[in-house]
Design a protein around this ligand. Structure first.
Ligand code: UDP
Ligand code: MG
Length: 314
């Protein structure tokens, strides 16, 4: 097997027919000697996505389907597809045709030139709400500031991995997978191509705000200790005015002047500032401790309910 495409699918019934046609067309344009497989991972869809995937696999032997036992989320579905794939190069893309399949032809060229990782960077994003664009750019800004991730800005999960890079990625057992970050961590020889991100072909985004927030938390917490270290900075920041205040109080005491007999407001303020700071960082600790717990449990990342091919793993 030369090229594997991995496509996570969650309730994409409306765009699947177009996707299958576009993928068949793109696969046909790859160099003729290449063996191609297109793996569609149904992430617990409740519409007729799986029926359509089965039909595609029956009709065209290049297509294969894997069905998860429930909705495990985009990153888990992607991981499943990655573990199923057998290609010497593996490309993942969205089912909604936001990532134009023909761009993958350019990715394959970069791979042939020796790249292990080919990132596709969005030069333009059409048809996305200002809210999505604003939160996305705030997210990338924060991630860069934290120095946590070494992937190009504005590269999503649309990328090509060589077998060598993919084997390394598949060897990482962690549960809360922020795959972009893991790929950046891998290193190897990377190449970047630009493309225009299109509008969703049909249906609505499967990443509502809450999922995006969870995704962003995973990204930061899985790649960086900075939030934990923030506690020190906060402690220093709080200590400065309170030490000054203490000095002032001592001076006043020595001078025999009881300048702040009421003292109530400052006391309450101190309690509130320290109280909330401590609570925030208990929350931050919780994020990390919770993840340690998840890792220790060693549960599988996903469960497979069925597939159109017998060999579950390469
Ligand atoms: N997806 C998935 N499981 C989920 C959510 C999304 O497999 O729980 C798939 C979805 O079908 C699509 C891809 O992941 O192929 C990206 O999702 P979407 O297009 O909704 O995200 P957006 O492009 O809006 O960020
Ligand atoms: Mg999309």
């Amino acid at each position: 097997m030369d090229i594997s495409y991995v496509i996570p699918v969650y309730n994409e019934s409306e765009s699947l027919a177009r996707l299958v046609a576009a993928m068949a067309e793109t696969a046909g344009r790859l160099p003729a000697h290449y063996d191609v497989e297109i793996i569609l991972v149904d992430d617990g869809s409740s519409d007729d996505s799986w029926r359509q995937i089965e039909a595609a696999a029956k009709h065209d032997a290049r297509f294969a389907g894997v069905r998860l036992s429930r909705n495990f989320g985009h990153q888990a579905a992607l991981t499943c597809g990655y573990q199923f794939s057998r290609g010497r190069a593996v490309i993942c893309l969205d089912a909604d045709l936001q990532d134009p399949p023909d761009v993958t032809l350019r990715m394959v060229e970069e791979w042939e030139k020796g790249a292990d990782v080919v990132f596709a960077v969005r030069s333009m994003r059409r048809g996305e709400t200002w809210f999505k664009l604003a939160t996305a750019s705030a997210f990338y800004w924060l991630i860069e500031k934290l120095g946590a991730v070494r992937t190009p800005r504005n590269s999503g999960d649309f990328r090509l991995l060589s077998r060598r890079a993919l084997d390394a990625l598949n060897g990482m057992p962690e549960r809360h997978r922020y795959i972009r970050g893991l790929v950046g961590w891998l290193g190897f020889q990377a190449a970047t191509i630009e493309y225009e991100r299109r509008e969703r072909a049909a249906g609505v985004t499967k990443y509502p705000f809450t999922k995006m927030l969870r995704f962003a938390t995973d990204a930061i917490v899985s790649m960086s200790f900075a939030p934990l270290r923030l506690a020190y900075a906060m402690a220093v920041l709080a200590a400065v005015p309170f030490l000054a205040y203490l000095g002032y109080a001592l001076v006043m005491y020595v001078l025999g002047r009881r300048a702040f007999a009421p003292g109530w407001a400052s006391l309450i303020l101190a309690v509130i500032v320290f109280g909330t700071t401590i609570l925030v960082f208990i929350g931050v600790m919780g994020e990390y401790v919770g993840r340690i717990y998840e890792e220790v449990k060693q549960r599988p990342l996903y469960l497979v309910r069925g597939s159109t091919r017998d060999t579950p793993r390469a």
